[in-house]
Design a protein around this ligand. Structure first.
Ligand SMILES: [Zn+2]
Length: 171
């Protein structure tokens, strides 16, 4: 499935990019949605600040577009009512109402909350995919595919590391 292939290609990319993570990030920053200058997100931090704010694993996903190993996130088995938010800036991203079990090993949703995410075409590693980013801080969340369930037919394949979960209160 697509997410599995992705890990493989990311690995190849990591081995090929002798320049290392900083070169990769610079390249990514230059391909801002809509072209031109790097996107001006509402929440921005220096690289050093992000490293302090995030765990190493979160940093690899959110700031370096890494992919967690499937079936490793506790959020896969989170079935309570509540909200999934960006681990980088706390922006609410998904409602538990749109979560479904895709069988891929990554938390999956058929629809994000309004104005929560942005997508842009990711043509890295010879594939064309739609990368999903947090609208507020630009953190990498995962990809969206068109093989999801009704009503949207979309499958937002997210990294659990990129999100936090808050159960609904008073339920
Ligand atoms: Zn964010």
């Amino acid at each position: 499935m697509a997410c599995n292939r992705r890990i493989f290609f990311r690995l190849i990319g990591a081995l090929t990019l002798a320049g290392g993570a900083s070169t990769w990030r610079t390249a990514r920053a230059a391909q801002a949605p809509g072209g031109g200058a790097a996107a001006a997100y509402e929440v921005t931090h220096s690289d050093a600040e992000w490293r302090k704010l995030l765990t190493d694993a979160q940093y690899r996903v959110l700031r370096e577009a890494g992919t967690e190993r499937p079936f490793t996130s506790p959020l896969n088995d989170e079935h309570r009512a509540g909200t999934f938010a960006c681990a980088g800036c706390k922006l609410p991203l998904f409602s538990s109402k749109t979560k479904f079990d895709s069988g891929t090993g990554w938390p999956s949703f058929w629809q994000p909350l309004d104005h929560a995410v942005i997508t842009h075409t990711d043509k890295s590693f010879g594939m064309t995919r739609d990368e999903v980013l947090c609208r507020r801080c630009g953190g990498h969340l995962g990809h969206v595919f068109d093989d999801g369930p009704k009503p949207t037919g979309l499958r937002y394949c997210m990294n659990g590391l990129a999100m936090t979960f808050t159960p609904a209160t008073g339920a």
